[in-house]
Design a protein around this ligand. Structure first.
Ligand SMILES: Cc1cc2nc3c(=O)[nH]c(=O)nc-3n(C[C@H](O)[C@H](O)[C@H](O)COP(=O)(O)O)c2cc1C
Length: 168
């Protein structure tokens, strides 16, 4: 398994204006390698996460996906398993629209979208989002509950299972 993050593209002044963002970027993020095209080629299955930005995919993740034209043109992104997860401040603040927007690009890649659906009771317990695990952070950007993490683990395990079958 490879854990990756995409390049931070926001202006420094925006980062400086958000203590949590700055602390994450200068701290734990430094331990995580930046995603490359090689990572996408290497993987049989990819779980992509993005916070909602006005009900949409973050510009940072979109920027990375928008550099993949050469891979796409060679069909190197097709036939792999993909899934998505997200967070928003509010339960109904755009979690579902963000995942559907993410899946637009993955459809164009020819990806096999592995949505969790309602394939496990953990999905219901975590709020019942069939498009992918989602976390409502609340105004204080709280971490996800154990219920949400359990649903995420089910989603990851399902991705690995289907990716393995696709890869033969
Ligand atoms: C530019 C921007 C737009 C956002 N739009 C929404 C939104 O439409 N609905 C919502 O519930 N939360 C919204 N949020 C809150 C984030 O989704 C929330 O902070 C995020 O899930 C936590 O990850 P973060 O720390 O990377 O922002 C927005 C945050 C930013 C910075």
């Amino acid at each position: 398994m490879r854990l990756r993050r995409v390049t931070e593209t926001a202006p420094q002044e925006a980062i400086d204006g958000s203590p949590g963002w700055k602390a994450w970027l200068e701290g734990p993020a430094q331990e995580i390698e930046i995603a490359t095209h090689d990572d996408l080629q290497w993987a049989d299955g990819v779980a992509m996460g993005t916070p909602t930005r006005y009900g949409n995919v973050s510009a940072q993740l979109k920027q990375f996906m928008d550099t993949t034209g050469p891979l796409w043109a060679q069909g190197l992104l097709a036939g792999k398993a993909y899934t998505g997860f997200t967070s928003a401040m509010n339960t109904h603040g755009g979690n579902e629209s963000t995942l559907l927007a993410l899946y637009n690009t993955l459809h164009h890649w020819g990806g096999v979208i592995v949505a969790p659906g309602y394939t496990d009771p953990a999905l219901y317990a975590a709020g019942g989002n069939p498009y992918g695990t989602s976390h409502a952070t609340g105004p204080n950007n709280e971490p996800p509950s154990d219920l949400v993490l359990t649903a995420a683990r089910h989603q990851g395990s399902r991705l690995a299972d289907i990716a393995g079958k696709l890869a033969g």
